[in-house]
Write a protein that binds this ligand. Structure first.
Ligand SMILES: Nc1nc2c(ncn2[C@@H]2O[C@H](COP(=O)(O)OP(=O)(O)OP(=O)(O)O)[C@@H](O)[C@H]2O)c(=O)[nH]1
Ligand SMILES: [Mg+2]
Length: 192
């Protein structure tokens, strides 16, 4: 099994997963953004879309995210080749994660890889661009809702009731790792 974090949120969730005790050799990070990858403690880290984004992320553009994913399609295929089960962690409020998630879901189906995903929706207050990226991604994922757990930052934040300032994401991510990731069927079937 591999846990693959994609984009900024997915990469942060992988960091939290490792902090919570999940072995780092099980974790992979994939992003267009080099800076984010630098701070990820996953054993294997891959930059995609080098030509499309120049290592800078997509700036919340799903068009650029899709272009980055297609630029690096062979690399993405080789990252998951050989896996029989994967868990994908991502937000769907940015360009990289939302686009790459749908590409990975498609590849998992094509190669018969058993997968589950956690997709995190942005805070309502983050504005209409992120909201519409998230709505489009939700539409794309509609036929895979059995495998994809949809969470949203507002709901998880209400549950944690912690971190009203800078460390909001830390508390939310802790909750997602412990209450969602570690409860997934793929995870429990392998770890317990
Ligand atoms: N729970 C949680 N949500 C996050 C975190 N980081 C970002 N997000 C959410 O995810 C949304 C999209 O951000 P990213 O995941 O960084 O976007 P990305 O996939 O890297 O895409 P681009 O940076 O646009 O190329 C944000 O608007 C936040 O709502 C995190 O660490 N935890
Ligand atoms: Mg990013």
């Amino acid at each position: 099994m591999k846990i693959i974090g994609i984009g900024g949120c997915g990469t942060a969730l992988v960091n939290e997963a490792i902090r919570s005790g999940i072995p780092e050799h099980l974790c992979i990070a994939v992003d267009t953004d080099l800076e984010t990858l630098k701070f990820c403690s996953a054993k294997d880290k891959f930059q995609i879309g080098q030509t499309t984004t120049n290592g800078l992320g997509t700036g919340c553009s799903s068009e650029r995210g899709a272009k980055a994913a297609s630029e690096s399609l062979h690399q993405i295929e080789s990252i998951i080749s050989g896996c029989d089960k994967i868990i994908i962690l991502s937000s769907i409020g940015g360009g990289t994660g939302s686009s790459l998630l749908s590409v990975l879901v498609e590849l998992c189906q094509r190669y018969n890889i058993h997968f589950q995903a956690i997709a995190v929706m942005p805070f309502e207050g983050e504005g209409s661009t992120r909201k519409s990226v998230a709505e489009n991604a939700t539409e794309t994922l509609r036929s895979h809702l059995r495998q994809v757990t949809m969470l949203n930052n507002d709901d998880v934040h209400k549950i944690t009731r912690k971190g009203l300032s800078g460390d909001v994401f830390r508390h939310i991510n802790e909750h997602i790792v412990n209450k969602s990731l570690k409860q997934l069927e793929i995870y429990t079937s392998i770890m317990e």
